[in-house]
Design a protein around this ligand. Structure first.
Ligand code: PPS
Length: 336
């Protein structure tokens, strides 16, 4: 079965939260707006927000063997992960490879998927151990992860193999908007946008806090085994990003292939491509009444600066303060 189906069967019921040191307002938002029988007991683990299920996998993840020909795409959620996965896979395998039509989750699986939700009690056809599944993949492996740097396999963290890591960044304001829609359509979140923004700023969304996630990777900016890309840069000059990425993974691309790839990776093509647009997942969720008929698309707007239309003056102020407080030491800018 196509692993896209993993999202289909998540049901709603009350969960409890054991996140330590949670302020009452956040506790209330979390317990009232973000509940599911598979999401009981969220925790702060090594500084990051997770379902408690992370604890069942963290050791295996830490000790995992890394292969020299692995390619890892590591991102904070909604940074342009799928876009980058498709670019990398096509560069590595060629766009004419017949497997390009397979779902991206099969070609480039989501490593820690099983840490997000507790599948133990379900009868649903979901990957019960996505970590083990990835460990068993044939080489070369293409692996997607949202894990913060300090929770990656140790051999990736210490760069002791020739595996390649590609990290993609997106400005936090657009990330927030995109993540809010993802939570609504994929995580059964029932709260308002402003409540979600509150959780995001406090780092109470999966893989948050955003600044710590960013800093964990940026600390290795000078390491030649890790390539940093920016969503904004991909929007502005995808051709240069493709060249840079091809170079990083040791591939070349002809002008003809480049034209084809640019077309394949355009927002309009990807929005229509069932291998990457997650449309089946959303359709199924609509049929099961988990989300409403008009609830959107995974390939939603695909623009830079969406926040300008979505953050009111109060939230802009909050964001500005938060950015100054949490990211002022970072020399990195999100503009292309
Ligand atoms: S996830 O769930 O973390 O894997 O999501 P991720 O793939 O990182 O991010 C989804 C956002 O990326 C946008 N996207 C694109 N933008 C421009 N061009 C292309 N080809 C493209 N492909 C994906 C997608 O629309 C989501 O952003 P928003 O802002 O929600 O539209």
């Amino acid at each position: 079965m196509c692993s896209e189906f993993i999202f289909h069967f998540i049901d709603m019921s009350q969960g409890t939260y054991i996140y330590k040191d949670l302020d009452p307002k956040s506790e209330k938002i979390l317990s009232e707006t973000f509940t599911s029988q598979f999401r009981k007991n969220n925790v702060k683990y090594e500084g990051f927000f997770f379902s408690q299920t992370i604890k069942n996998f963290a050791d295996a993840i830490r000790k995992m063997e890394i292969r020299d020909d692995d390619i890892w795409v590591c991102t904070f959620p909604k940074a342009g992960t799928t876009w980058t996965q498709e670019m990398v896979w096509c560069l590595a395998n060629g766009q004419d490879h017949r497997a390009v039509q397979k779902h991206i989750n099969q070609r480039f699986p989501f490593f820690e998927f099983s840490t997000l939700i507790d599948f133990a009690d379900t009868e649903f056809p979901v990957p019960v151990n996505s970590v083990e599944d990835v460990e068993k993949l044939a080489s070369p492996r293409f692996i997607k992860t949202h894990l913060p740097f300090n929770l990656l396999p140790e051999k990736l963290q210490n760069f002791s193999t020739n595996a390649k890591v590609i990290h993609v960044l997106r400005n936090p304001r657009d990330t927030l908007i995109s993540y809010y829609h993802h939570y609504r359509t994929g995580h059964d979140y029932k709260g308002s946008f402003s409540q979600f923004a509150e959780l995001f700023l406090k780092g109470l969304v999966y893989f948050g806090p955003f600044p710590a996630h960013l800093k964990g990777y940026l600390a290795h900016e000078k390491n030649p085994k890790i390539l940093f890309l920016k969503y904004e840069e991909m929007q502005k000059d995808l051709k240069s990003v493709i060249h840079k990425t091809a170079n990083f993974i040791g591939k070349s691309i002809s002008e003809r292939e480049m034209e084809k790839l640019l077309d394949h990776l355009s927002f309009s093509s990807m929005k229509q491509n069932p291998a990457v647009n997650y449309a089946l997942s959303l359709e199924m969720r609509k049929k099961l009444n988990l989300i409403s008929e008009d609830d959107g698309h995974f390939m939603r707007r695909g623009i830079v600066g969406d926040w300008k239309e979505n953050l009111n003056s109060e939230l802009r102020e909050k964001f500005q303060k938060w950015e100054e407080e949490t990211m002022s030491g970072i020399h990195f800018t999100f503009s292309a």
